[in-house]
Write a protein that binds this ligand. Structure first.
Ligand code: TIU
Length: 220
């Protein structure tokens, strides 16, 4: 077992059973003209997490450890987007509408791509998901079972929406979970801070948090 200095206490992990999961680092959330901006958000708020996420990717890749990327996308016919999600927001652009990066949050459109800095490498698992959580209506659970994964290191956006939803369910499914503090961002810094605090409260009720430097150092 290796150990990462973490909160609320050190995080022990077996290297061979640990995977990195990077949630939804897509152009639709991080670049102007996508879903995030259509919801009225300042997309520049998500930029600080890019370099730390890249450092995690480099460290996991150098060790030959599994990397899983997720993307929040819908089928072109929107058959996997319930009306409750389609109609939410009330802004001028909705899921499936044409925007400057193609149709908003639709699989295969330029806006749905993971940003170039964090692009998946050949052989890395990419999970397309119609919801906020990465387990709902996806093959993620089967993929993790096949890998023999017991411990998950989380990065991605946004902290309190897709990252937290996925981490909470992973925790319920028996995974030991650590969220990397500087490799996640929210459009609302106060929500990010609150999410980190609630994850590690009550003795780590949902899991652990640690800075990327501590995770990278543990892998060296
Ligand atoms: N709106 C928002 O904060 N997030 C999402 O809609 N999806 C993800 O978090 N990926």
């Amino acid at each position: 077992m290796l150990t990462i200095p973490a909160l609320p206490y050190p995080f022990p992990f077996p290297l061979a059973r640990t995977a990195l999961i990077v949630i939804d680092m897509q152009r639709d959330f991080l670049e102007p003209g996508g879903f995030g901006e259509a919801l009225g958000n300042d997309v520049t708020q998500l930029r600080p997490s890019v370099a730390p996420t890249r450092a995690l990717l480099d460290a996991f890749r150098a060790r030959g450890l599994p990397v899983i990327h997720t993307k929040e996308v819908h089928r072109p016919d929107l058959s996997d987007c319930p009306p409750s999600k389609l109609n939410r927001g009330g802004g001028p652009l909705r899921i499936g509408d044409p925007g400057p990066m193609g149709r908003i949050l639709v699989a295969g459109e330029p806006g749905s791509d993971i940003i170039p800095e964090l692009a998946p490498l050949a052989g890395e698992i990419v999970i397309e998901k119609p919801g906020k959580g990465a387990f709902y209506a996806t093959p993620l659970a089967d993929a993790l079972a096949e890998l023999g994964t017991s411990h998950l290191i989380f990065a991605g956006v946004t902290t309190e929406v897709c990252v937290q939803t996925t981490m909470r369910e992973a925790n319920d499914r028996g995974f030991e979970c650590l969220l990397v503090e500087d490799a996640t961002d929210s459009y609302f810094p106060a929500f990010k801070a609150a999410t980190l605090a609630m994850i590690r409260a009550q003795g780590g009720i949902v899991g652990w948090t640690a800075p990327s430097a501590a995770v990278v150092a543990a892998l060296e």
